[in-house]
Design a protein around this ligand. Sequence first.
Ligand code: AHR
Length: 330
Amino acid sequence: MKKLFALVLVFALLVSISAASAKDVVVAFSQIGQESDWRTANTDDLRNAIEGHAGWKLVYDDAQQKQENQIKALRNFITQDVDYILFTGVVSTGWDEVLKEVNEAEIPLLLIDRIPDCADKIDYVAAFGGDFVEEGRRQIAWAGEYLKSIGKGDVDVNIVIMEGTTGASAQTGRTEGNLKALKEYPHLKLVGQQSGNFTRAEGQAVMESWLKSIDKIDVLIAQNDDMALGAIDAIKAAGKVPGKDIIIVGCDSVKAAFDAIVAGEMNATIECTPLYGKFVVPTIEALIRGEKFDKTVVHPEEGVFDMDGGIDLGTVKSIKAADVIATRQY
Ligand code: AHR
């Protein structure tokens, strides 16, 4: 009888151990929305990385560009007691309270893409984001160095800056980088600066109105490729030749921008990678093993792609888009 009791006990123990180890790791992701090709690639990449991992489950929320939806989603994740939270904020301010609630619930927080302004005041276990100031610097430096390379380095040219969603760190950072770099190129005269909200439709509308109200536009700096592609439609509709009459520099390096560069309708794109799965998965695996990380924001290595390659931007040299288009993942 004693033996039987011991056997039952061992069996019950084994069942409970295997049930515990079979419990899914639940990773929740609060995504901003789907305003651009970049954002779609970012969602797909993280979804594939997490759902493709044995024993991991993704809880996904698309906030449709609304901060209040993201706050609601984060509170839902806390109620569901998920194991990890991935977060990128539509704007950079207004997260202090809800992220402190995440901390109080002791759910490890991973910041990706856009790092909130309150990052210094909250706890997070790892952070991976774009170096937006450097991306903005590269956009202007590309235009300035390209003009020099075609013998127009000392000719006054009119430049417009189409900004992303107002208050997003990708907009504030790139604008800071754009404006600082402009000081290095005094022949680039800023004649327009407006938000196109990171979308193709608004990029097209802003360009249409600039083409009506500004006498001469030589260079368009679009803080993402989607806005550049929308602007290309507006430029064509106005009877001008994109990539020739107006030099166009985008940001992100999505497939459609590569196609436009190879077709000669866009001049350059500064890379901002959406592929964070390869950072997030090993980080969560390491956290599960009990490892810890510094509170430093990791910036992925990124390139610059254009029609001919060889433009030297100090920190990076541009690569001819046609040479690498077949290897692009997004
Ligand atoms: O935060 C990254 C930016 O957000 C990308 O440049 C843009 O396309 C996106 O939607």
